[in-house]
Write a protein that binds this ligand. Structure first.
Ligand SMILES: [Fe+2]
Ligand SMILES: [Fe+2]
Length: 170
């Protein structure tokens, strides 16, 4: 099993362009799940999904990292501003997140699109097509359940090692 340090190194290496992007850094300023924020949540989900991926030799870890780091970017600046209803937010933010991932990365694969656009299943009825998209569905729900009950200071502590290189690269 990979160590926490190895997983963080993997995220920093593969997610380098995303972590350094203006949109990702902006995500630390938008609250999410009461005590977290969009970008901390995306890091939580990436780590949880990678731990699950460790159970499957065939899992595409690169696609999973790139997609998990971008999966909620559509919320940034749009929630309660552009998305005026809860239903609109649920259905539209995965699509806008995929667009923002493309803006950062230039292009995304069909699998990465599947992971991002279907991460809200079963709240949106289009089901995931890939193993990696199933993994994000599980990881995202798990993180959404525990983040409201964690204190902010522990969240900051949890990701302090991730944040330092993020801002150093910006
Ligand atoms: Fe989401
Ligand atoms: Fe999420």
């Amino acid at each position: 099993m990979r160590s926490k340090e190895d997983i963080e190194k993997e995220i920093r290496t593969i997610g380098r362009d995303i972590l350094a992007s203006d949109m990702f850094i902006r995500g630390f300023s938008q609250s999410h799940h009461f005590r977290s924020n969009v970008s901390d949540h995306e890091l939580h989900v990436t780590k949880a999904a990678l731990r699950l991926a460790g159970l499957f030799a065939s899992a595409d870890r690169e696609a999973l990292i790139r997609a998990c780091l971008c999966h909620d970017m559509g919320l940034i600046g749009n929630r309660k501003v552009v998305y005026t209803t809860g239903r609109m937010c649920i259905t539209q933010h995965p699509l806008d997140s995929a667009t923002r991932a493309e803006d950062i990365l230039g292009t995304i694969s069909e699998k990465e699109r599947d992971i991002i656009e279907h991460h809200m299943f079963p709240l949106v009825l289009k089901r995931p097509d890939s193993l990696e998209a199933v993994l994000i569905c599980i990881a995202d729900k798990y993180c959404a359940l525990y983040e409201p009950f964690t204190v902010r200071s522990s969240s900051v502590k949890l990701h302090s090692r991730m944040r330092i290189p993020v801002h150093a690269m910006a």
